[in-house]
Design a protein around this ligand. Sequence first.
Ligand SMILES: C=C(O[C@@H]1C=C(C(=O)O)C=C[C@H]1O)C(=O)O
Length: 417
Amino acid sequence: MTTTTARAAAVTTTPLGTRRTPLLSLVPADGALAWVRRGEGLVGWGEADRLEVSGPDALREAAAWWADRCARTAVTDPLGVPGSGPVVFGSIAFDPTAGTSVFVVPEVVVGRRDGRTWVTVTGEDPDAVVETSEQHAATSIGRLAYANGALDPVAWCGAVATAVSRIEAGELDKVVLARDLLVSADRPLDPRRLLLRLAERFPDTWTFAVDGLLGATPELLLRRTGRDIDSRVLAGTAPRGAGAEDDRLAAGLEDSVKDHAEHAYAVDSLADALRPFVEELHVPERPAVLTLPNVRHLASDVHGRQRDGDPTGLLELVGAVHPTAAVCGSPTPAAARVIGELEGMDRGRYAGPVGWLDSRGDGEFGLALRCAQLTGADGGRQARLFAGCGIVAGSDPIAELAETQAKLAAFQAALED
Ligand SMILES: C=C(O[C@@H]1C=C(C(=O)O)C=C[C@H]1O)C(=O)O
């Protein structure tokens, strides 16, 4: 575990009224932090503190570090709403025991909720940065060159075929296999430009940025507001088409026995992991269809109430439910093993929880999907894009490859616009 600053400072939240400057237009090119949906949420910049943590107790250590930091902070917060006062952004490794999870406490946070905007500053002089100003995103990134990541498409289809035969031999029920795509640009990739494009094109997703991992995820792992717990579980995907073909594809997803089975593993894994902590849990009987510009998903909005007096915090809850079968598979240990054997890559923080937490314990963590890891090498001109899909008995490798291409297209459109 490595941390930078040890001293906790004063944190001051100042209401800014009803100004409508888009939150994502405020972030600087370096160190952008964001969690925004439909214009509301949080953006941040600067680093008042940072924790990088790995190992079997990573999330418990992170929770203890945040609790200790909050206890040593003098807070002025006249709003007292989720996301006001001290906030930490987090991006957790897909495998927190082996990978590095990153937590950043910004120097400045601008938040918006129910039309009200505020700024929170860590430090002694809040007035210095209350006048937040709009940044100007670069207009063009020049030419892009793509290259295969760990596996080329043919090798990846081979991995899917192997997974299907292992599923059909009874070793496991479902595994989520992902692949990566490398991008190099002529000029540095500007996170503001990418975030604004993603938010514009995918209003039903949560646009996020933490430590160079940027994306627009449609999947909410856990939101905690007081004792209320919410989650949006996705699994089961169909591509979009044109005209009548699109309606046919939507109807096909709704009727697909394979996609409903794939979805059920994901919902059950979340519900089973949450049950010890909640006294009520509502799971829809049938998933709805979520329509995005590039794909459709089967979606279940799950709601629960945490047991009265249960002391488990959001990070520990995240640790208890992650990885669900939406991003790993079922049963979890067998799926994790097959991912390690067949994917041939390190997922890093892709498909891990990403979001924010405040000092009251409220917060939101999505799954880092439809995203890219920007790499600092060569002036930030490179990115690694990721996409994966659930494999079950009867999955067709070519259809799964097409599904990863449709998912990758979300971030590619933001790059190429
Ligand atoms: C793994 C990804 O997406 C997940 C897999 C899905 C599927 O297989 O149908 C759908 C949504 C996500 O839970 C991804 O986008 O990379």
